[in-house]
Design a protein around this ligand. Structure first.
Ligand code: NOJ
Length: 950
């Protein structure tokens, strides 16, 4: 009965968005009504109340310390003893301390083998889940730091272990035994202390009957063996309390970031006064609210703490339901966080380095960097729920051309299938998908189709998955049935290796569904939190069982990643042996640490309201600073109908999202960009054209991020670490390393716009890319500049010191731009110099990796010289791009008031005079430069002598 009621409500919520407003908070747990969070909050309060009298129950047994030398490294082992006064027996928690490449220190605490006999009868694995890192880390072989780079000491009194590490021993970690704390120092200054507040808690296994003997005075037994939340009452919590919790004090840090996904500010908020800690629990949150710490679709448990001279990353390696309290107010200098997870081993990594960019790099060494996406996927994506049939798709395709909108991909949402049976087509609406793909291909376009993890019961594919026992199971270890779009469904268990070949079979070239004979079809993996309409919190019951006997509780936040990784694997296999190997493109809604390796994400079901446009910027920024740069928000807003102005402003902002897609709910009115009419259509077109012009810069930013983890949508503070004000700016951003500083307009009716310039460098106005009579801004101190704006304005500046590359011709799609010539914009800085990088490959295949078919070009300029140096290229690729030219060079020089007499260009043995427009308003343009991008070159600028010099 209850199920029917809940299902009914959810269906109403999903299908009639106009009837309800805002998220149904009662569908989701809070810390108060989550047993494990409630208990740890209580525990922390008790400890705080006891103040300095509190004597921790945890201590390290000195005699347990063992230093193991293995794999050319050292690992420190030991045991934490948990002493419960009422029990004779102590509980043993073995730990491991190790140092990984990038000077990442990792600490892991487990629980000694539990009393298996007592819990053998049930179908679940009874030890703690310790495989989160297997999914999150890039390789299973851990990149340990070499033994010669660190030294371990145990102090004389045997009360602490000291580890010195790093190239010049700049790092030190001290692990104290009683109380148990871990302090990490950089250059002898403490940066972070784990368990400074004694909130460390590790709920050991105990039988329900004798639970009361195991409880200490600081504890409450709330929800230890039953779930009090109304929709989870069936969860019997078979393993009892298993939570883990720990606090971290960040010394001298007031600016904390990361731990997505939340629709909130970039700089994390203090949560001490609210009942809403940040929650990491992947859920399909319907009509999420802005300025909220509620859980959303994805989870990356990486927190960044930043101060001018040092940055710190805390990676909490756990995929279970997690709450994080942030305290920025109790101490003037420091901040602290309290992490509480429902179960699993306690496992974390501390990364310390000079800059946040270095943290991105070091974290990337462990979890991997973003894949270099195929170039088309950086173009504009046209999506809605749904393009109805083949004719609709082809009409839109044609209208895009008619209105001269470049775009690369059209998307098919769930209605293309036969009754939401994935891996089938609705044959009435899509009778000839092969032909459809060919027609799209003909205009250089691609198709993305959706495949979700819920599988309608009673059709060939779900039958096979059930037969091969590759489904997620219920708590009785039999196939779990729930409801999603198709009605009754089962869920593929992508933790189960059996699933991969079954999944692969649907992507093979000769498969009826996907054997589309074509390489212009790509994937969208949605609802993979997983979304279960009749499940607690719209997800799977926590006592469901996955492969290996793991409770869903232990792996919930990782499931989405396993699902999109399975798709990636299938796509890679599909392209093997095919000479046209295209890099896969997958969009996922749910994600975890490591998802950046194989997928892009978007911020889910936002609304067509100004506040959602506004919040999309900190959300995409946060995603970028936790190494998941390929991210964006639904342009136009998913639910509702945007005003023409809002839609236009959203396109103007969306062109800067690393992932740029317009999308709309099935009930939303059609809003392809020509529908709004003039002047809106032309303004949106100009925005999209700017995106396409900047693709060489964006692709280069992706290349850099794929090597270093540097954000593409980059917070201002990354380039202004000494400016405290920059730490809270989250309505503007730098576009990769290009020097483009952008602040989208996110206010209705705006006619005045302020942009914060975080330093005293010179900035050139790039609003609308027209580079009109150049406005140059050079402030004596960081501050706001003000501009009058109109609807067509896309406010942006170029920071002096940068050289950016563009392709300016209008083409229908990226594929048709390949041989187009480049334009360079050189923005000289206060010292009259500039630099930039350009990365080129075929934009499609893996040849850049397999046979080095790529070009990496470095440009440098002074007031009188410009040159290009080829850093990397091989002969084959040089040949391939030999006809591509640099056509136009725009030189911006804030200081120049001299006229240029002549410009000579030298490439190889040839030298020629360039045609140019003289220095007009600090701008010189070289036309028709005829320079090959594939070879080095030099330019000399000769100025007319000054009057004084005459
Ligand atoms: C939920 C997704 O967030 C949305 O983008 C999609 O259109 C619907 N599912 C239908 O597939």
């Amino acid at each position: 009965m209850k199920f029917i009621r809940q299902f009914h409500i959810i269906l109403i919520l999903i299908w009639a968005p106009t009837l309800v407003f805002g998220v149904k908070e009662s569908l989701f747990k809070t810390c108060e009504n989550s047993g494990f969070c409630h208990r740890n909050k209580y525990f922390a309060e008790s400890i705080k109340n006891e103040g300095s009298n509190y004597q921790s129950r945890y201590s390290i047994a000195p005699e347990s310390i063992l230093i193991e030398s293995k794999l050319n490294t050292k690992i420190i082992h030991g045991q934490i003893i948990k002493d419960i006064p009422t029990l004779a027996e102590d509980f043993i928690l073995p730990f491991e301390l190790s140092i990984l490449e990038g000077n990442n220190i990792r600490f892991t605490i487990n629980e000694e083998q539990r009393h298996i006999a007592d819990i053998k009868a049930i179908n679940i694995t009874n030890y703690r889940y310790n495989q989160t890192s297997d999914w999150a880390f890039v390789t299973s072989e851990l990149p340990y730091l070499a033994e010669n780079l660190f030294k371990v000491e145990i102090d004389q009194s045997k009360s602490e272990v000291i580890v010195h590490y790093g190239e010049s021993n700049e790092y030190k970690a001290i692990l104290t035994f009683n109380p148990v704390t871990l302090t990490v120092f950089y250059n002898d200054i403490p940066q972070v202390i784990a368990n400074h507040q004694n909130f460390f808690n590790f709920e050991h296994w105990r039988p329900k009957e004798s639970n009361y003997e195991h409880l200490t005075v600081e504890e409450t037994d709330y929800g230890m063996f039953e779930d009090h939340f109304v929709d989870s009452e069936n969860d019997k919590i078979p393993l009892g309390p298993e939570s883990i919790a720990l606090d971290f004090t960040f010394k001298g840090f007031k600016n904390l970031y990361g731990i997505p996904e939340h629709a909130d500010s970039l700089n994390l908020k203090d949560t001490t006064d609210s009942d809403q800690p940040y929650r990491l629990y992947n859920v399909d949150i319907f009509e999420y609210e802005t300025n909220s710490r509620m859980a959303m679709y994805g989870a990356i448990p990486l927190l960044l703490a930043v101060k001018p001279e040092i940055s710190l990353g805390l990676f909490w390696i756990n995929g279970a339901d997690t709450f994080i309290n942030v305290d920025k107010t109790s101490n003037e200098e420091d901040s602290s966080t309290h992490w509480i997870s429902e179960n699993g081993v306690l496992d974390f990594m501390i990364i310390i380095d000079k800059t946040p960019a270095n943290i991105n790099y070091n974290y990337g060494l462990i979890t991997g960097f973003t894949q270099l996406p195929p170039l088309f996927s950086l173009g504009y994506h046209q999506c809605r729920w749904n393009y109805n049939d083949e004719k609709d798709v082809l009409d839109v395709n044609q209208l895009m051309d008619k209105h001269q909108f470049p775009y690369d991909t059209i998307w098919l949402d769930i209605e293309y299938t036969d009754q939401k049976k994935y891996f089938t087509w609705d044959k009435h609406k899509f009778p000839s998908p092969k032909q459809l793909l060919k027609s799209l291909d003909h205009t250089g376009r691609n198709l993305v189709i959706i495949i979700d993890p819920h599988l309608k019961t009673n059709y060939f594919f779900s039958d096979e998955v059930i037969k091969k026992q590759a489904c997620i199971n219920d708590s009785k270890n039999t196939t779990f049935y729930g409801h999603c779009w198709p009605g009754e469904s089962v869920w593929i268990d992508t933790f189960n290796p059996t699933s991969q070949p079954i999944w692969d079979s649907q992507f093979e070239w000769n498969n009826e569904f996907f054997g589309l004979d074509s390489s212009n079809v790509f994937l969208w993996n949605d609802m993979n939190e997983p979304s279960v309409f009749n499940g607690p919190e719209t997800s799977a019951p926590k006592d469901n069982i996955h492969f290996g006997g793991w409770e869903h509780r232990s792996v919930h936040n990782i499931y989405g990643l396993t699902y999109h990784e399975a798709t990636y694997e299938s796509l890679i296999k599909r392209t093997k042996g095919n000479t046209n190997r295209t890099r896969p493109f997958i969009l996922t809604r749910s994600y975890f640490a490591g998802s950046q390796r194989t997928a892009a994400m978007w911020t889910g079901d936002n609304m067509s309201k100004w506040e959602y446009l506004k919040i999309s910027i900190p959300m995409v920024l946060t995603s970028n600073i936790v190494n998941m740069p390929f991210s964006g928000a639904d342009v136009g807003g998913f639910f509702g109908n945007p005003s023409k102005e809002l839609l236009t402003r959203w396109y103007q902002a969306g062109i800067w999202y690393p992932f740029f897609r317009a999308h709309a709910h099935i009930d939303a009115r059609r809003r392809e960009p020509w529908i709004a009419g003039e002047p809106y259509t032309s303004i949106m077109r100009d925005a999209v054209l700017l995106r396409y012009a900047l693709l060489p810069t964006l692709y280069t930013a992706f290349y850099e991020s794929s090597k270093t983890g540097i954000p593409i949508f980059k917070p201002i503070f990354y380039e202004a670490l000494t400016n405290p004000k920059s730490y809270s700016i989250d309505d503007e951003f730098f576009f990769g390393n290009s020097g483009l500083l952008v602040k989208p307009v996110t206010d209705e009716g705006a006619d005045r716009h302020e942009i914060y310039i975080p330093d005293t460098e010179v900035y050139y106005d790039y609003t609308n890319r027209s580079l009109p009579s150049i406005n140059v801004y050079k402030l004596d101190e960081p501050g706001y500049i003000k501009k009058d704006i109109s609807l067509q304005d896309i406010p942006a500046l170029i920071k002096g010191g940068h050289i950016i590359s563009l392709k300016e011709r209008y083409r229908r799609s990226t594929r048709l731009m390949v041989n187009d010539p480049y334009t360079l914009i050189i923005a000289l800085n206060n010292n009259g110099v500039a630099e930039g990088q350009l990365y080129i490959d075929d934009g499609e295949s893996f040849e850049f990796e397999n046979s080095g078919e790529l070009a990496l070009v470095k440009f440098s300029a002074t007031e009188s010289t410009i040159n290009s140096q080829i850093l990397e290229i091989n002969d084959t690729f040089k040949q391939k791009i030999s006809s591509i030219k640099i056509e136009k060079i725009i030189i911006l020089n804030s200081k120049s008031n001299k006229s240029i007499e002549s410009i000579s260009i030298k490439q190889g043995d040839e030298e020629w005079q360039a045609k140019f427009d003289g220095t007009v308003d600090k701008k010189t343009i070289i036309h028709n430069a005829k320079i090959k991008v594939s070879e080095s070159w030099d330019i000399q600028l000769i100025y007319e002598p000054d009057h004084d010099e005459l």
